[in-house]
Write a protein of this length. Structure first.
Length: 436
């Protein structure tokens, strides 16, 4: 029981005592109170108060019990409702989870399918691009477009661009242009540059240089730091004689890529065109710079050899071109061709043997073994002058290189040629049908 409850009880007790005394003095005529009576009265009052409050407490307890039972019943009902709600939420969560799992599986399958399609796409496109023959590439790209037109996630711009370039190699510019325009129509934004550049290349091929400049510049807007596009624009300006604009774009290209050998080659061509061959020193300087950056820039070597031929420096021109041919052709390949020629010779197929040996001679003019093979093949075919020439060349080269491994064989060929030249063959005439 709380403090204020006790205060109320004491206050009520005091009221009852005062009331009892009032009644005693007023109606019973009493003038004083015996201490024992006072104690009896106090005890009676306390007893009555406790009885009253006990009854009230019992009544309160019953009410509290009912209240607790009511609360318990409400809580039970609430718990059941919560349990039912939780069950419904769990069921909904399970259903949502299953839907998410199903959707995820569907998306994963789609991703795997698209990934497989893309992988197949790149494999097929790579395989087609590796085909050397342009007509076969056209057929392959056409089949690919027909078979994969419904496949999602493929950028068909690559296919149109590939087929367009193949058409250009086949000298079918109209078909190429159609494909390049189709590529521009269907390409993703990041591929637009390639489509514009392809159309620029088409207009270069048909010598419509103003249009080529237009499309190259559109491509350059999408890739402003492309040295190749700057060079293409410079070349087109160079083709129409606007050398100042050409030089501006050449310089811009070199800003992005100072080691772009083709720029110096084009500057050499420009210098040669402007001066009509008179500004030879400037042209040669650009060609030398081009070759310094890219020693295998074949066109630069060819043009430099041309300048040397003009100056009648034939040996230097030959060395300039031999540098390229010696680097381009693998020595092992040349050796294989020479070995094949020897096999042809041993099998009696002398013309094919001669072709292989001559091919080797073009790219390895100091090959003594090949000269011996040439001399022997010509001798067997009856071409004594040619046999003697290569036999003597082989001996001379052996002296230069201090390699005398084939000297004996070469001398035997020369002796056979001398013997054949000194041999007198009598002419025999047969009789005709008349015996004359």
């Amino acid at each position: 029981m709380k403090l204020h409850h006790w205060i109320i009880i004491i206050f009520i007790q005091l009221l009852l005592i005062v009331a009892g005394l009032f009644v005693y003095h007023r109606y019973l005529g009493g003038s004083g109170i015996n201490p024992g009576d006072a104690i009896t009265i106090w005890a009676a009052v306390i007893t009555i108060v406790f009885i009253v409050f006990a009854v009230l407490g019992i009544m309160n307890i019953d009410g509290k019990i009912k209240e607790v039972e009511s609360i318990k019943e409400k809580q039970t009902k609430t718990f059941q409702e919560i349990e039912e709600s939780s069950k419904a939420i769990i069921d909904q969560a399970k259903e949502a989870k299953q839907q998410i799992v199903n959707q995820a599986e569907k998306e994963i399958n789609n991703i795997l399918k698209r990934s497989t399609n893309r992988q197949n796409y790149f494999d097929q496109v790579t395989g087609i691009n590796n085909e050397m023959a342009p007509d076969k590439r056209v057929l392959a790209f056409t089949s690919f477009l027909r078979e994969n037109k419904e496949v999602e996630g493929i950028d068909f711009a690559y296919i149109y661009l590939g087929r367009g370039h193949a058409y250009m190699q086949l000298n079918k510019p109209r078909e190429a242009k159609n494909d390049f325009e189709m590529a521009l129509e269907v390409c993703q934004p990041f591929n637009k540059e390639k489509a514009y550049a392809a159309l620029g290349g088409y207009y270069v091929a048909v010598q419509d240089f103003p249009h080529s400049i237009e499309y190259f510049k559109k491509a350059l807007e999408l890739n402003p730091q492309s040295a190749m596009l700057c060079m293409d624009i410079g070349n087109s300006y160079n083709a129409i004689g606007d050398y100042d604009e050409a030089e501006k774009y050449y310089k811009r290209a070199l800003t992005f890529n100072p080691e772009l050998a083709e720029i110096y080659y084009n500057k050499a061509v420009k210098a040669s065109d402007q001066a009509k061959g008179v500004d030879k020193e400037q042209t040669e300087a650009y060609l030398d710079k081009c070759i310094e950056i890219n020693p295998m820039f074949i066109k630069a070597h060819i043009n430099k050899a041309g300048l040397l031929v003009r100056d009648k420096k034939y040996d230097e021109a030959i060395n300039e071109l031999s540098f390229v041919t010696d680097k381009v052709f693998d020595p092992d390949v040349i050796h294989a061709i020479e070995a094949r020629g020897a096999a042809y010779r041993l099998s009696g197929n002398l013309p094919k043997a001669l072709c292989d040996f001559m091919w080797v001679q073009v790219f390895q003019h100091d090959n003594i073994q090949n000269m011996a093979n040439l001399a022997a093949t010509y001798l067997e075919m009856g071409y004594l002058n040619e046999a003697g020439y290569y036999a003597q060349q082989g001996l001379n080269q052996g002296n230069v290189m201090n390699d005398h491994k084939y000297d004996e064989a070469l001398r035997l060929i020369l002796k056979a040629i001398d013997a054949a030249n000194t041999m007198t063959v009598p002419l025999e005439f047969g009789e005709n049908e008349d015996g004359k």
